[in-house]
Design a protein. Structure first.
Length: 425
């Protein structure tokens, strides 16, 4: 069986795996399932001022955060209307659920009610059996049936409502949501560049204290501890800030969360954090860069082909290419007397040396003229005679430079091409 190694998709992809993303969206648009309530500021006071509160009904199309936010909003509505009875809470919850979600809530609540009813019946049967001890079997069975039938169906309680709501949450959130959320928070929740320290820590604390307790399995201690939050924030902050903590002698192990956040905010303030500023890389102009590359830059060195420049003839890539083409051409056609198989021009007699120098000089001169004609043909053609004379002057100047070149000084014996990019003489 072939086993493929795991591959990380990067921070942005891993952060999306979390059921609860780091970025918390606060501006929600009003939809058809949005309900508006007038809640009291002081629920127990009949003359209390009211405020408008909006929340969406739950229909099963929400993500994990929206489901948990519905749970938080439900408590606000119940408190704002001062609903204290279990029956009243049940009626309100049913108004805030739609479709299959309402069915899930009702089934969960009824399941808990039947479970309690069965337990009470079993307890009544046990008590009846004890009381009918020693009587005939028919009498004992009749006593048990009478006791079980006398147990009434329990009324709606807070326990039933809580169980029904938990069944709804379990049906809508991903499997092992709490485990996945904690793992993503520890491993991938680094502070974004466009988010301040205060906002980053605030989002982390909100998820840890408000949303994690609402996830299955609904334990009382399933949130992260303060030490874990400190370790996560230290992991999520830039490494340069951690070095600054070490430089100032601040030990994170002995620091509270409040002191750590205060220290990081001071570093952020000293660096001039601006969440609105963005750095955009300037797009290079290809045409401009190409034209600048074609221009001959004056320098303190002289090149046979380019004239005064920043490189010499030995370092000129154009001449290297020309020599390479000459070498390849000599191998296919009439082979000059100075060519050899080991890429080195050598001749022992004086005739071979003179002939090789003449052929090299003629080839370089002809190739330079062709390169100059090709170079000038790419320029925009104009009818200006002065510009045409200037171009001819450049060619004549190049011929003049070639006339000064002493081909007798070229050491043909040691002139060789070692690689595609190097020419040595």
């Amino acid at each position: 069986m072939k086993i493929a190694p795991s591959k990380s998709d990067g921070y942005e992809t891993q952060r999306k795996v979390a059921p609860l993303p780091m970025l918390i969206e606060t501006n929600k648009k009003k939809t058809q399932k949005t309900l508006v309530f007038k809640l009291k500021v002081h629920p127990t006071d009949n003359n209390s001022p009211v405020y408008e509160f909006q929340m969406d009904a739950l229909d099963g199309t929400e993500d994990t955060r929206e489901v948990l936010q519905w749970r938080v909003n439900l408590d606000k509505v119940i408190t704002g209307f001062n609903i204290t009875t279990a029956e009243g809470k049940d009626r309100m919850i049913q108004q805030l659920l739609r479709g299959k979600v309402l069915t899930t809530y009702t089934a969960g609540m009824e399941h808990k009610r039947r479970e309690l009813h069965n337990n009470r019946q079993q307890e009544a049967a046990r008590q009846a059996r004890l009381q009918a001890n020693g009587q005939a079997e028919d009498a004992v069975a009749a006593a048990i049936r009478t006791a079980m039938d006398g147990v009434a169906i329990p009324a709606i309680t807070e326990e039933f409502i809580t169980h029904g709501i938990r069944r709804v949450i379990e049906s809508l959130v991903p499997h092992k949501a709490l485990q996945r959320q904690k793992r993503c928070m520890r491993r991938y929740w680094r502070k974004p560049k466009d988010m301040s320290v205060k906002q980053y820590v605030s989002n982390v604390i909100h998820v840890n204290e408000v949303e994690l307790p609402l996830l299955p399995p609904f334990n009382a201690d399933q949130s992260l501890s303060e030490d874990e939050i400190v370790d996560m924030i230290l992991f999520g902050t830039p490494s340069s800030w951690i070095k600054e903590m070490d430089r100032q002698g601040l030990n994170p192990e002995d620091t509270t969360l409040t002191a750590l956040v205060s220290f990081l905010e001071r570093i952020e303030e000293s660096e001039g954090f601006d969440p609105q500023s963005t750095t955009i890389a300037k797009k290079s102009d290809n045409k401009k860069s190409k034209s600048s590359d074609n221009k001959m830059v004056a320098g303190d060195k002289h090149c046979l082909f380019h004239g005064p420049n920043t490189h010499s003839s030995n370092a000129c890539h154009t001449l290297k290419k020309m020599l390479e083409e000459q070498k390849k051409g000599s191998g296919s056609g009439s082979k000059p007397s100075f060519a050899s198989k080991n890429k080195t021009w050598k001749r022992d007699d004086k005739y071979g040396k003179d002939k090789g120098k003449k052929e090299l000089a003629a080839f370089i001169k002809e190739t330079i003229k062709e390169e100059m004609n090709s170079f000038h043909s790419k320029k925009r053609k104009t009818s200006d005679d002065d510009e045409s004379h200037a171009e001819e002057g450049e060619v004549n100047q190049m011929d003049f430079d070639l006339s000064k070149f002493n081909y007798e000084d070229v050491d043909v014996d040691n002139l060789k091409i070692d690689t595609d990019d190097e020419v040595s003489a």
